[in-house]
Design a binder for this molecule. Sequence first.
Ligand code: ADP
Ligand code: ZN
Length: 436
Amino acid sequence: MYWEPEIEQLPSTRLQQLQLERLRKTIDRAGRSPFYRQQFAAAGVASGKLQHIDDIRSLPFTTKDDLRNHFPYGFLTVPKDGPVRLHCSSGTTGNPTVIFHDQHDLASWANLVARSLYCAGVRPTDVFQNICGYGLFTGGLGFQYGAEHLGALVIPAAAGNSRRQIKLMQDFGTTAVHTIPSYLLRLHNVFTELGLDPRRDTDLRMFVIGAEPHSEGQRRRIEELFGVSAYNSYGLSEMNGPGVAFECREQNGLHIWEDCFVVEIIDPETLQPLPDGEQGELVLTTLDRQAMPLLRYRTRDLTRILPEPCPCGRTHRRLDRISGRSDDMLILKGCNIFPMQIEKVLMRFAEVGSDYLIVVENCNGSDEMQIQVEVQKEWFTGNMEALENLSRKISHAVRDEILVTPAIRLVEPGSLPKSEGKAVRVQDLRKPQESV
Ligand code: ADP
Ligand code: ZN
């Protein structure tokens, strides 16, 4: 049932004691890095001043800009030749940042990924196909070493080439897959093109999906298409990568491993802590990292802590599904809009296909939104009236959710641009375009 029963079921008071001990050590260690040495001196930080884990609130935050401004070595607590590996973030929202790991950090990370996979139901008997970028992106090596540590047979399939992915699944009897959710919808189209049905023609029994925001509706759609359960996996390269928070078999919130991370939710405007249950920005502190610890790192991801205990018996608290990044928020005609609100609505329509793109532009002084929506093949017929009706229905449903009426452009399946990695859901033509 559990990978590490003593830790996963540790009563919360003991968990907090462990956190305090580890936080003190982390502060002492972090103080050896040029960035924190200076920050601690300016803010009067000393590990001995902390009496309770909540005293973490007296520490300053660390931001993505801090990481960028002190790129590449400013956060290292060891000499440059100390670490054994580096990873970078995907750079979805700007320049990438770098994280260094020593041997201890890599072992601790692999264990957290193994614990996470086990928690979702992966077992040593599984054939685990890892469909995501290997290299600087943390999903590749992160799941590779974690699933190996668990004892599964791991296929390092990497990203792309859907026909080959399907062949690998069939040749080796893949039972579990990790990939990004947007890819699974496309992969299903390839199964169909090949005249295959994954429910009949594979041994798949579960998916681990993460690395990008997705709605509950998208998860259910994936589960129905493939006839398997899909578990949500959350991580970010600044906190190693995968293995930060993971769903258990309950599929209701993601357990965040509190022996290795301190979790806080803050109001992103006032920076004040918010109580469990309230939605805000997730702030994380590493508790078991040596080469490059991070304290009170502002993830910019928006979520809340689910306060109720989980029926699975794990005491580590759960995060709600990530509703978006604070920098994904679109402001249009005075309304704050998150792409996930739109996805939630789109997923209610059976006619909607695998991809969509939200385009925002300024036309003659007024901000307008167009949503390009791929339609399922069987609906994309020449019947203009039916398509117009569908556009109208989608537009009204989206307006009810976000209070802005979008123009809907229904497009053929497969016609929207595809990215190798995380799906790009928004094109904001009001901003100067970054060349990627
Ligand atoms: P980048 O920030 O450049 O995308 P990362 O590869 O480190 O770099 O991605 C981490 C980010 O991906 C998280 O901060 C979060 O915004 C997003 N993310 C990861 N897992 C999930 C998930 N399960 N649900 C929603 N968003 C996720
Ligand atoms: Zn649980």
